[in-house]
Write a protein that binds this ligand. Structure first.
Ligand code: XIL
Length: 367
């Protein structure tokens, strides 16, 4: 029997389509929870590939810098809204959720606040005004806020030094949440922190803070784990942190994911396929841990801190060559991208764990 030429053409076309889908499914479309990226207006609409990936792959947006106090505040009661608003417009236009980042952060203190002087009541007033103005401006536009970012110090179980701690004492954190709730009663309010997946002292301090807030009815809805990690960050700590916060009934956001492959002291790196494979494995571990440790109703999102390797903050911050994200310099998905997708599907042994059976041969059925 002879087949018409159209038959072969159709076969070729459908297999191409299937191949395309299999190798390049959009991240968010494949995920039962939102997948986000930190975006910067520096690239958005200026680099077509960046914008295309942001639109195609992600369902959530965080402003990398535009919604921080130094991005917004130009003096007491004076604001620069347009850059942040353009990101909010982008999110609305493309039906992505917008996560506000961040209302209070020791690293982002406007110049006028640095040179402000006054008694504690005066400092309290400027903090409250700022949260009120920004919270009401973005009301209805953001789904959520990182209310306070990085209030804890490293490895010491103490509060981090900041202008707010100096003038207002440790109570400024809880009060910021109360002000944020008043400013935007519909927004989910997060405390955002780094390092709790590898610093057990900091994890304990963060858990104490969460427990204290719950006891005092401080309006805290969720926890953001930044998750700036490397290929050698142990999986056990990542799981422990996710499990501990999930146990407390909070929404859990992996809020700034990137995985460094340069674990050397050198500024230059020979980026080998082995390093990219290790990175993929770490991303798979993170996503799988999230799916396994955080109940579905508490999975707020996983957000990567940037889109493609060259836009990552890591190289500037660490002054070292690195490739920490899911897309390469040509905006092509890396091994880590496919590992993210792979991490979304639970592995058989974890299903057995969830069913209360021992992993391994004894627990298997049907083979
Ligand atoms: C970083 C941005 O990526 C940089 O562009 C900026 O120069 C400094 O801030 N933790 C956070 C983020 O909560 O806001 C930081 O973002 C990275 C660390």
């Amino acid at each position: 029997m002879r087949y018409p030429v159209e038959f072969f053409l159709a076969l070729v076309l459908t297999s191409f389509a299937a191949f395309g889908q299999k190798t390049k499914p959009a991240l968010a479309a494949s995920s039962p929870f939102p997948v986000g990226a930190a975006l910067s207006p520096r690239y958005l609409h200026k680099h077509p590939e960046y914008t295309a990936v942001a639109i195609r792959e992600f369902s959530s947006v965080t402003a990398e810098n535009a919604m921080k106090p130094r991005g917004l505040s130009r003096g007491r009661g004076k604001y620069h809204w347009s850059t942040a608003d353009s990101l909010a417009d982008f999110a609305r236009k493309h039906r992505k959720q917008l996560h506000g980042h961040t209302l209070v952060w020791h690293e982002s203190v406007p110049e006028w606040v640095k040179s402000f002087s006054g008694d504690p009541a005066a400092y309290e007033a400027i903090l409250q005004e700022y949260i009120f103005d920004v919270g009401t401006h973005f009301r209805g536009k953001v789904k959520s806020w990182d209310v306070v970012n990085e209030a804890l110090s490293d490895s010491a179980g103490a509060m981090r030094k900041s202008v707010w701690l100096t003038h207002l004492g440790p109570g400024y954190v809880a009060r910021s949440f109360r002000y944020a709730r008043q400013a935007d009663p519909d927004a989910k309010l997060f405390y955002n922190e780094y390092g709790v997946e590898y610093d057990s002292v900091k994890l304990a301090a963060a858990l104490r803070m969460v427990d204290d807030f719950r006891q005092r009815n401080v309006p805290l809805d969720g926890i953001g784990l930044q998750m700036h990690i490397s290929i050698s960050t142990p999986e056990a700590g990542i799981r422990k942190a996710l499990r501990e916060f999930a146990r407390r009934g909070l929404l859990v956001h992996i809020s700034e994911l990137d995985v460094r492959i340069n674990t050397t002291k050198d500024s230059l790196l020979n980026e080998t396929p082995e390093l990219f494979a290790k990175q993929a494995e770490k991303v798979r571990q993170v996503v799988r841990a999230y799916v396994e440790e955080v109940p579905p109703a508490q999975r707020f999102a996983i957000t990567t801190w940037g889109v493609a390797d060259p836009n990552s903050w890591v190289m500037k911050f660490r002054k070292k060559e690195d490739y920490p994200l899911l897309f390469d310099k040509n905006y092509r998905p890396k091994k880590a991208y496919f590992a993210f997708l792979d991490g979304l599907t639970p592995n058989p042994s974890s299903r057995e764990r969830a069913a209360g059976r021992k992993p391994g041969r004894g627990g298997q059925t049907g083979n």
